[in-house]
Design a protein around this ligand. Sequence first.
Ligand SMILES: [Zn+2]
Length: 102
Amino acid sequence: MDRSELASYCHRCGAVVVGTYETVPYVGPGTHVVELHAVHVQRCAACTNMLIEVPEPAALNILIQCLGAEMVQPLPQLAYEMGHWCILPRPSGATGATVPAS
Ligand SMILES: [Zn+2]
């Protein structure tokens, strides 16, 4: 797995991009929208070009597909923890959703 933490440069304008961890909306397969908690986002200050670094996008898409089959609420929040994508518990009205075994 390539986890380079080198300074990156915008491929559009060449300015240095700043990496932050943010919660961002993400559209998965079937246009199901979720929120990704604390993913690495690289943002160019010069041209507002933005790159979201999603670990294991294939596994994430599978999880979103499973969620889409029984999606009851909009925008579930997913987090990448200990090598797996998991669903963050909601503060209210928790459905007790579990992570499918991979
Ligand atoms: Zn740029």
